[in-house]
Design a protein around this ligand. Structure first.
Ligand SMILES: Nc1ncnc2c1ncn2[C@@H]1O[C@H](COP(=O)(O)OP(=O)(O)OP(=O)(O)O)[C@@H](O)[C@H]1O
Ligand SMILES: [Mg+2]
Length: 242
């Protein structure tokens, strides 16, 4: 389980997060939604240790991260996969090196062993291993996104974080990415956290919906309850989205 307790974060005088508390149970697909600029990406960065909160705790499986050093973060990252906004692939290296990046950096495996892992990871995202030696620029946007997911899950992480996974994709490719997120979390017992603007995705994949606004959690509950929620902030958000 991932738990957040009273996370606060300001930049200068601007208070972005004003006490975020959440529990994301194991196996959930938690979609984090909310208006632009409410701090969704900031929250994601705090969870992943890329930004430091002013107050509050991020607790992974009972272990708080606020006093982590480099070594502890490194160990935790073995259990985490991150799918960046955009595909964020390196154009100058082939697909297999993009997907196998973490193993290449560790330097513990042979090239052939890494290529085998890459092939398996590509298959998990329904891409043919035949594309391994292509360059990212040779693939469509939807395929690049899948490659980004293959890279994030190559080490079979317990937690996978997605920042805007369907933004910029056509509806068909976006739907395929949604299906993939769904399948991966089901088949690999992953906990997924998806920051998204895309309410079609939320409808398809979420087990839990969290809405942030004004630095606070204004909704946290099951998907079915979100569309019928009485909170004015939720209703206004859904009206604007339609
Ligand atoms: N490193 C930073 N330094 C100063 N201000 C920042 C920094 N990072 C984010 N902010 C500010 O924090 C606020 C929240 O930003 P954030 O990117 O988390 O919004 P968001 O909810 O992800 O929006 P979007 O839906 O548009 O992606 C913004 O006002 C932004 O300008
Ligand atoms: Mg963002």
């Amino acid at each position: 389980m991932l738990k957040l307790t009273q996370i606060h974060k300001s930049f200068g005088k601007e208070e972005i997060l004003r006490g975020i508390s959440l529990e994301i149970p194991r196996g959930s697909r938690c979609c984090i939604v909310g208006p632009s600029g409410t701090g969704k990406s900031v929250l994601l960065k705090i969870i992943l240790g890329l930004l430091k909160q002013d107050r509050g705790e991020v607790i992974f499986d009972g272990v708080a991260t606020s006093n982590f050093g480099h070594k502890e973060w490194h160990a935790l990252m073995q259990r985490i996969g991150l799918v960046f906004q955009g595909a964020a692939l390196f154009d100058s290296i082939p697909i297999w090196e993009n997907v196998g990046l973490r193993f290449l950096e560790e330097g513990k495996m042979t090239k052939n062993a890494i290529r085998e892992q890459v092939a398996a990871s590509l298959e998990r995202v329904r891409l043919s291993p035949d594309i391994m030696d292509k360059s990212p620029a040779e693939l469509s946007g939807g395929m690049q996104k899948r490659v980004g997911i293959a890279r994030a899950i190559i080490h079979q992480p317990r937690y996978v974080f997605y920042d805007e996974p369907t933004t910029g994709l056509d509806p068909v490719s976006a739907g395929a990415v949604d299906e993939l997120i769904f399948e991966l979390s089901d088949s690999q017992d992953q906990t997924s956290v998806i920051v998204t603007h895309d309410l079609i995705s939320v409808r398809k994949i979420a087990t839990q919906v969290v809405m942030l606004q004004g630095g606070k959690v204004v909704f946290d509950g099951e998907k079915a309850a979100f569309w019928g929620a009485e909170e004015e902030a939720v209703q206004a958000f859904l009206r604007r989205a339609n």
